[in-house]
Design a protein around this ligand. Sequence first.
Ligand code: DAH
Length: 343
Amino acid sequence: MKDKLSKIKKDFESSLKKIADLDSLEELYNEYFSRKAGEMTNIMKSLKELSGEERKEMGALANTIKTAMEELFENSKKTLENNKWETLLETEKIDITQAKLPVERKGHLHPVTLVQNDLEDFFTSMGFMLLDGPELESEFYNFEAVNIPDDHPARDMQDTFYIKNRDNLVMRTHTSSVQVRAMQKYGAPLRMIVPGKVFRNEATDPRHEHTFHQLEGVVIDKNITFGDMKGVIERMVKHLYGEDTQVKLRPKFYPFVEPGVNGEVTCFLCKGSGCRVCKNTGWLEIFGAGMIHPNVLKAGNIDPKEYQGFAFGFGLTRLVMLKYGIEDIRHLESGNLKFLQQF
Ligand code: DAH
């Protein structure tokens, strides 16, 4: 019995040395001390079978060994628990001295928005209201109200998308659709701009896209002249391209103005001497404008005998393409990150 006891103790000690985690320690403990089948438990039970003196002696010895083993067990448990926290502290450690990791840029404004914001600031600083209107527009506001009747050939210039089963609704082809809406709502005098998306049923190519942006402007008051129009436009293009930029107006037909002009400005790149951007003309064609047609004022419930006004429409998308040297209009609505991340 004595030998058995000291063997048990030795085995226990050598197993204990190999234990590296709390779960295995628990298993080892059960091997020796579980109530049903633990080796040490069995020994303690078998003491009953011994007689008198021997039982006393062996009982005392067994108890000493048992206590010693339990002590060893408790000690390793404490050590393993400490180690566990130390490893945790080590692995979960935050190094507050580490340099900031590079953060990927989340996003930024679209080039069209950048130019639009700039022009909104410019015009609102001159007292213009900033308006918008529906992109899905009635045929009335998009065409009839701005003097393009149903049977007029000018409709052919702006083919658009019609909505199935919704007669009289179209995707607006120009921001001029907001002119009469604004006149009806605010009356005269009026000073407003409308930047926004417009749509055309186009076969797309590097210069044509089904969706693009314009910026419309309207000024209505008593005694407004063609000179006022030129002055405002001149201020705007000088703001965009510098003080030495000149404006050239050439007659052009637009149904909603009379007289109407097509506007060109000095090429910002070559300053007029001719280059790739202006196709060697020295001029860039960027807007249409004119004195508002009396029929349009009438549609907006404004008396053309009392008030006059001018209107202009800038190709906002075109301004953006020129500013950043974008050679294909289709990049702008493509959502292509490789393109967008350049701005
Ligand atoms: N709406 C015209 C277009 O989309 C642009 C335009 C020309 C607007 C002359 C105007 C204007 O207000 O007076 O082509």
